[in-house]
Design a protein around this ligand. Structure first.
Ligand SMILES: Cc1cc2nc3c(=O)[nH]c(=O)nc-3n(C[C@H](O)[C@H](O)[C@H](O)COP(=O)(O)OP(=O)(O)OC[C@H]3O[C@@H](n4cnc5c(N)ncnc54)[C@H](O)[C@@H]3O)c2cc1C
Length: 463
């Protein structure tokens, strides 16, 4: 769209949404997401900041009528370019929908607008004695709507499941601009086709989430982490399988490989053994007695063959450990300034092959590689470290990612366990799905979005 048309678009949207609710299309903060670490930046004609769900519906209706693409945006922490406007259109930011409409501690539930920051919702739950388990590492920036649109996970998804497991109802805008509600403050609903689940994880390609009813649980009284260090991935992965075999249920089972440990070693709360090349990090939660019991059993299982076991008990030390874990992604990026990081998932018993395979693929493409992630879910963050000033590095890393996706499928896994397809994994779904399933994926998109204006060019099963 030409610059003058863009200006008239801004004026028309302002008339619709009010003064201050529309920013120029070149407002930099809205043109990228966490894929900035691989140099991805888009172009928009305007940024819309609607104040409430009705204004979101008006924006969608206007865009649909005028054939203008709509790119929904939450906290912009996505790792797949999902919120990046590829080729103009209106970036629709949900940041002003930040009201917790109801929170009912006695019934363990809340009605929450899409723009509420994940960590704020978790804190509000805690203040009321409740626990909202989804805990993506980006929780201080990501929004509930973005978590729903990507069906985000996190370390504690191992025990508690991903975001979708906690959503009992959704309010969303469907094309060409209808505000609808599916489900609500109800714990079961099998009436219609499961539209709620279709919206969850649809990455803004089927509709715009404006609010959700979430369920919660009483907050666990205690949570005690434990980090065990091993000399290699073979010993570390054997320890992970031993945890499964023990029948003890940790709330989280995380891992870091040797490269990730090196990138984060300096920030670790205690000194790590020089020969440590693998870490298993688990969490034991429940009542104080349950957590202590699980922790004891996990210590016994993980101590065998470990170089070191680090088990903080003071709140300050526990928080320091999780802060360190949350910083892993940034620390790895800092190694060379950029990274291409993919979130493949494999059956747990193939984890070691995926971890070692990541390093081998990096070697083939002449790139330093490492991985860390949610071991209990078989979910890796396989990462190729790149120099952003060297375009050849990015090209090699993108080729390496192709090999990685092939490896995930070969191991019986999936190209995405957490971050979705966005634009960076377009076409990869057809690697793992039969043609009839791919055709159904495309038919669903056409049904929800006949004009193809909702986050176009994203989550494509084939290209
Ligand atoms: C440091 C870091 C750690 C991370 N850790 C994790 C992790 O542990 N687990 C995990 O799963 N992910 C993780 N991520 C990835 C990312 O944070 C999640 O995908 C998160 O759910 C994205 O939320 P967001 O609000 O930032 O969405 P955005 O990045 O703004 O958008 C993501 C996608 O959702 C769409 N979208 C956003 N809001 C809406 C809405 N209201 N309605 C419809 N569509 C919408 C966008 O169009 C886009 O396609 C991490 C990212 C970073 C930077």
């Amino acid at each position: 769209m030409a610059a003058s048309a863009s200006t008239s678009l801004e004026r028309e949207l302002t008339a619709l949404l009010g003064d201050g609710a529309v920013l120029p299309g070149n407002t930099r903060a809205y043109l990228t997401d966490a894929t900035e670490s691989r140099n991805l930046r888009g172009r928009a004609d305007a940024i819309a900041l609607p104040a409430d769900a009705a204004a979101v519906a008006r924006t969608v209706a206007w865009c649909y009528e005028h054939d203008v693409p709509i790119i929904p945006r939450g906290g912009g922490t996505g790792f797949t370019g999902g919120a990046v406007p590829l080729d103009g259109g209106v970036v629709l930011s949900l940041e002003n929908l930040k009201t917790i409409r109801h929170l009912n501690p006695g019934l363990w539930r809340a009605a929450v607008e899409a723009g509420v920051v994940t960590a704020d919702l978790r804190r509000r739950a805690r203040e009321n004695g409740l626990f909202f388990p989804p805990d993506p590492g980006s929780a201080e920036q990501s929004q509930l709507g973005g978590n729903i649109a990507t069906n985000a996970g996190g370390p504690h998804a191992f025990k508690y499941g991903v975001t979708g497991a906690w959503i009992t109802g959704l309010e969303f805008v469907l094309a060409p601009g209808e505000l609808v509600r599916v489900g609500g403050p109800i714990r079961k609903d099998v009436a219609g086709y499961d539209l709620k689940s279709l919206m969850i994880g649809s990455e803004g390609t089927l509709g715009i989430v404006t609010a959700a009813w979430v369920k919660m649980i009483p907050a666990p009284e205690a949570a005690l982490p434990l980090a065990a260090l091993y000399r290699d991935s073979e010993t570390g992965c054997a320890a992970i399988e031993a945890v499964f075999a023990s029948g003890v249920v940790p709330a989280a089972i995380e891992y870091l490989d040797g490269g990730s440990i090196e990138a984060t070693r300096g920030a670790y709360p205690v000194e790590l053994p020089g020969e440590a090349r693998f870490m298993v990090l688990v969490d034991a939660d429940g009542t104080a007695a349950e957590a202590a019991h699980i922790h004891e059993e996990l210590t016994e299982v993980l101590s065998e063959d470990a170089l070191l076991v680090h088990a903080p008990t003071a709140t300050k030390e526990i928080n320091a450990l999780w802060r360190w874990r949350d910083g892993a992604s940034k620390a790895v990026t800092a190694q060379r300034g950029g990274k291409v990081s993919e979130d493949i998932v494999v059956p747990v018993d193939r984890l070691r092959e995926a971890i070692d395979g990541t390093i081998e693929i990096g070697r083939r493409h002449d790139l330093p590689a490492c991985s860390w992630g949610h071991a209990g879910d078989g979910n890796l963050h396989s990462t190729f470290m790149i120099d952003l000033d060297d375009p050849a590095d990015l090209t090699r890393a993108e080729r390496a990612a192709e090999d990685l996706f092939a490896l995930a499928v070969e191991l019986g896994g999936s190209v995405s366990g957490e971050h979705g397809i966005g634009m960076v994994k377009n076409g990869q779904i057809q690697r793992q799905w039969e043609p009839a399933a791919v055709a159904m994926h495309e038919a669903i998109k056409r049904t929800f979005d006949p004009k193809g204006l909702l986050n176009p060019g994203k989550k494509l099963a084939r290209v």
